[in-house]
Design a binder for this molecule. Structure first.
Ligand code: ADP
Ligand code: SF4
Length: 689
């Protein structure tokens, strides 16, 4: 039974002509599947509706070929032929009593038109946003009329597809109505430029057009960024007050957030739950219409507080709905403990950024709903009453044990240390990663509810122990360790001077509390978050830190998780010296010699210690010795042996969770063919052949 304190979360909200069943609102979010994989997309959205979200939205939905977002794969409503793909989603969402919403957009100078080969358009002449060697041309008044027509026609198509809520999008620095608001993008001298009234004109017109076109049946939502944190060049809070004042009653719903995406979906390392409150709380004071806002909300108490204090009316969520599509249902059923809370790592964002189907650290079924038929809450029951031994209680072992337990297997989990969590428990000691403990805590909590899973701490298993144990299936999830020999992407032969030097440290040393002091260089040949966190930790410890990388930029992969700008800003603030395009050429415990990647020139600097963040090696000795003793397996009852997670190939926590989950799902199941998932195949449209 639900806790009565949370009743308010389950009251309906009227949004123009439509009514929600509760206050849980999955706001638009990208997913890397979009128009290219409509079945996979619809199945992913359906799971959200099934999990209790009252509103389930698409990602950005392109309305016209002049606003083509290639290579990013979003939704599309260029013409009637795009309707069936979105109708598919609407039908699936409606089947669970939820409303479907679509975020219509024309990205103007932030589009690419790489596929359509049209000329980009914008409020004024300007370079395209993402570094393409092209410019957008200034829209004429006729172009503006055309754009309004496209938007209106797309709204009508969305209505035909079955959408209940149609968004007008003016957020994230990603759509024409927002670009017209921005002084830096809008240098017009006609009635669409200059004064605020003029810059707001297009947004007002599009809102009116949309209501006129579909307002009889659909609600009109306005997604509006209240601050870009760019000062007067961008939309800023003071002006946002005036804009909300000017348009207050025009939309049926205000969806408010920060721009750009890196300020909206901030990684937990850089912003806590509810961080947008001071930027959006004013909106409700200026309108009688309902307001939805986001803040990586996973705590029902925080949600209730947001509503009671009049900050927002609907609990907006992208990431929390990805990490746990069943979050609303769990609150409704009084199972708050079961919520799989988002950790704010933004691996989900990396799907869109790398143009591949969305995945999630916490929820390994995300993106697999259609292609593998994985459901976030349901697993097939075990086929046989087998015993499974899981060795290693890091994310891979924990998830394997949990999911095997859910399938009904008799599971034993052995962990060498006195605490569970493996790398998660170690990484959460690093600055800013505390919330990542949720990966461990959720799984430990779930395992605690399963009587068929036994956990043995402080249990280092040898090959003999495993053979003696008598389990039919053995899965080794024994993790990995960081190399200290300099081997990495740029140094395939390692770096001689590092291998045995006592003043060379690894991330394992740091996580074990062995920290250097004085002048310390962090050598990053990994490119993601680890090295920047090591620099952060060492700075806090009082070291004078130099960050060195052979790459041309700091932590290049962190762009994909929206960490990059926050990392750069923090490093700049901390006064961390940055040396890009340099590798380590020599180190003697007092002097560090760096070599320029491009011209081979060398520089020297005083350096007491180096922290290498280059590559890892699997801890697979147990696996290797069991392989050597394969002849003994049958006699000891072992039918299968697998090595998974970081012990197989070091990667992200997301990879380890996925490996554990996949192992558990597939155990004793008939093997799939070579391609382990369903794919989309394109049939020519009847009109095109
Ligand atoms: P992954 O990310 O693949 O889950 P981790 O490094 O997080 O890997 O976790 C591996 C866990 O396995 C660690 O907690 C480690 O203590 C444990 N472990 C390693 N070798 C053994 C062993 N022989 N017996 C039991 N536990 C082990
Ligand atoms: Fe949250 Fe990380 Fe999952 Fe994204 S990938 S939803 S940030 S846990």
């Amino acid at each position: 039974m639900r806790d009565p304190r949370y009743d308010i979360l389950f009251t309906p909200v009227q949004i123009g002509p439509v009514r929600t069943k509760n206050r849980f609102f999955q706001v638009p979010h990208c997913n890397g599947m979009g128009h290219a994989m409509p079945l996979a997309h619809a199945a992913m959205r359906e799971v959200k509706a099934e999990g209790g979200w009252a509103v389930v939205s698409t990602e950005e939905c392109e309305i016209h070929p002049t606003g083509d977002l290639t290579p990013y794969v979003e939704a599309r409503l260029w013409d009637d032929r795009d309707i069936p793909a979105l109708a598919l989603m609407c039908d699936k969402v409606h089947a669970h009593g939820a409303l479907a919403a679509v975020e219509l957009t024309h990205n103007g100078p932030t589009a690419s038109n790489l596929y359509s080969r049209e000329v980009l358009i914008g409020p004024s002449h300007q370079p395209s946003k993402y570094g393409y060697p092209s410019q957008a041309r200034a829209m004429t008044l006729k172009d503006i009329r055309e754009y309004r027509r496209w938007h209106k026609e797309a709204a009508l198509r969305a209505k035909r597809a079955g959408m209940d809520i149609i968004y007008v999008y003016a957020a994230h620095d990603l759509s024409l109505p927002m670009h017209f608001l921005q002084r830096r993008r809008n240098h017009r001298s006609d009635e669409y430029g200059g004064t605020l009234e003029n810059r707001v004109r297009l947004l007002r017109e599009v809102l009116q057009d949309t209501r006129e076109a579909v307002g009889d049946k659909c609600a009109v939502a306005l997604r509006f960024a209240t601050d870009e944190l760019l000062g007067p060049e961008g939309v800023e809070l003071s002006e946002a007050h005036d804009i909300v004042g000017l348009l207050a009653e025009l939309p049926d719903l205000w969806d408010v957030n920060l721009a750009a995406w890196y300020n909206d979906s901030v990684p937990s390392r850089f912003a806590p739950e509810g961080a947008q409150e001071s930027f959006v709380s004013f909106v409700k004071k200026l309108t009688t219409k309902p307001v939805v806002g986001v803040g990586r909300f996973t705590s029902p108490d925080t949600m209730v507080s947001q509503i009671r204090r009049g900050v927002i009316d609907l609990i907006g969520a992208a990431r929390p709905s990805i990490a746990d599509p069943f979050l609303p249902r769990k609150i409704e059923e009084g199972r708050v403990d079961d919520i799989r809370e988002c950790i704010g790592c933004n691996i989900c964002v990396s799907g869109d950024m790398t143009i591949s189907p969305i995945r999630c650290t916490q929820n390994p079924t995300m993106g697999e709903e259609w292609r593998k038929g994985w459901h976030p809450e349901r697993l097939p029951p075990r086929r046989h009453a087998s015993r499974v031994l899981v060795v290693g209680g890091g994310p891979a072992g924990l998830e394997a044990a949990r999911a095997l337990g859910q399938r009904g297997y008799d599971v034993s989990l052995a962990e060498a240390r006195r605490e569970l969590g493996g790398r998660v428990t170690r990484e959460v000691r690093l600055p800013g990663l505390a919330e990542w403990a949720r990966v461990r805590d959720w799984r430990v909590g779930q395992i605690g509810k399963l009587t068929n899973v036994s956990v043995y701490l402080d249990s280092v298993l040898s090959a003999q122990d495993v053979l003696d144990f008598g389990a039919e299936h053995v899965v080794l999830a024994t993790g990995c360790h960081w190399r200290r020999d300099g081997f990495g992407r740029s140094n395939g032969m390692g770096i001689d001077c590092l291998a045995a030097h006592p003043s060379v440290f690894t991330l394992d040393d740091l996580m074990d509390g062995r920290l250097p002091s004085g002048n310390v260089a962090v050598f990053d040949d990994d490119g993601f978050y680890y090295a920047s966190i090591a620099a952060d930790l060492l700075h806090q410890h009082g070291c004078k830190v130099t960050y060195v990388t052979p790459e041309d930029s700091v932590a290049p992969w962190s762009v994909n998780t929206l960490d990059y700008r926050h990392i750069r800003k923090r490093m700049a603030k901390q006064g961390i010296d940055v040396q890009v395009s340099h590798s380590v050429a020599g180190f003697d415990g007092g002097v560090l010699m760096l070599e320029n990647t491009w011209d081979g020139s060398r520089i020297e600097q005083a350096c007491d210690a180096i922290v290498t963040v280059t590559a890892r090696l699997p801890d697979d000795a147990l696996y290797q010795s069991l392989l050597e003793r394969e002849a003994e397996w049958t006699d000891t009852g072992i039918r299968s042996l697998r090595c998974i997670g970081d012990a197989e190939a070091p990667g992200l926590i997301a990879h380890a969770i996925y490996a554990g989950h996949r192992y558990a799902r597939e155990l004793e199941e008939p093997s799939t063919d070579e391609v382990a998932f369903k794919r989309h195949f394109h049939a020519a449209h009847p009109q095109d052949v």
